[in-house]
Design a protein around this ligand. Sequence first.
Ligand code: PHE
Ligand code: NA
Length: 450
Amino acid sequence: ESKTLSDVPQREQWGSRVAFILAAAGSAVGLGNIWRFPYVVGTNGGAAFVIIYLVVIFLIGYPMMITEMSLGQKTHKNAIGAFKDLAPGTPWWITGALGVLAGFVILSFYSVVAGWALAYFFKTLGGSLGVGTDFVGTFVGHITNPGVTVMWHGIFMIITLGVIAAGVVKGIERTVKFLMPALFILLLALVVRSMTLPGAGAGIAFYLTPNFKELTPQSILGAVGQAFFTLSLGMGCMITYGSYLGDKEEISDNAAWVVGLDTAVALLAGFAIFPAVFALGFDPGSGAGLAFITLPGVFAAMPGGTIFGAAFFLLLAVAALTSAISLLEVVVAWVVDEKGWNRKKASIIIGVLIFIVGIPATISMNEVNFQMFGMPFFDVLDIFQESILLPLGGLLTAIYAGHIYTAKRLREDVARNKSKIQLGEWFDGLIKYLVPLGIAVVMVMGWVDI
Ligand code: PHE
Ligand code: NA
């Protein structure tokens, strides 16, 4: 049967500017801010690391954010389709393909950690993490119990695919409009609780006093890696979200809002965590276990700890959900646009596939010990995204946008709509030289390190 133009479903668009900012900020604000940022700060000398991180966010993160959003808006296509449209008949689409792969890989272990957060929300609420609990034993017991972790990973993936199946406006937009304000309220309540504990000053001092001696070349590497991950950059996520923007929407102010909100949440997460950790005599340098081992101990010892502990893990799960939906959307948008799949079918099939790939990551920490290259499969996935997928995707995007598409043309695209922040020639310099060079150096240093 023949189709007329009006039979072709129109590509969805964000309902408002605020909806777009909340969705993109929802993607950015995630486990990277609340789980990863504080422990990376804790193991890299506190404020000294924070200063480097802020410089990287400003010089690399913000220009990349503008670039990705603008390429998406220009093409109204998914990560792969955008490059196919802009550079037809060339291999540049591979940049987008790396992004789709990254969405798949990141979500398969992201959902595992999100599942831990959901489980800990119920554990805290149920009062099973009181004073005197063996917190290390509880955490190890939890993550090495395949039945339980696979179940929570599955529950989280079902929620995620449910949102994406419902569509951009009815799914993503409706969810972030409700969850993002809730997230800010939960976070502020935790900051106030933590900063008003007797002895909180020591934690504030640790967080705000730079200790440059603890900085290593690895810290700079860590800051760049953290910047890409936390801003959802280098994998076509912001291309995909930008593709649902109307042509009249401006980019440079919106990008500043998203970068600003993500940075604010990361910094506030530090104020929610370090004062409490110090006030109750714990060690901030405990690494990845900070959120799941140290903090439950902190909450157990704190007045009102059950409520604040539950609030913390709910915050973590909510932040993870608004990021997980953006990861799934990158993959789903590709098969919907390029392969003509129906959105519901695409969400279910891809969601289930990601659930399956995540299973070895879930059980890689137990007796079955699913290892690859001598490490837990979970770590393999994380190192793969951090040292190859995101930096390579970011590097190729910056080279393409700066030199092939050209920074000047990109700047003209952005200037078409009125905004407060005007991109000057400084933008060209950043996207053409500083961003790609910075990424390349850090990526190669990272490989030498591995
Ligand atoms: N930005 C998210 C976080 O900080 C993670 C993420 C990375 C989400 C890449 C989407 C794409 O947790
Ligand atoms: Na983030």
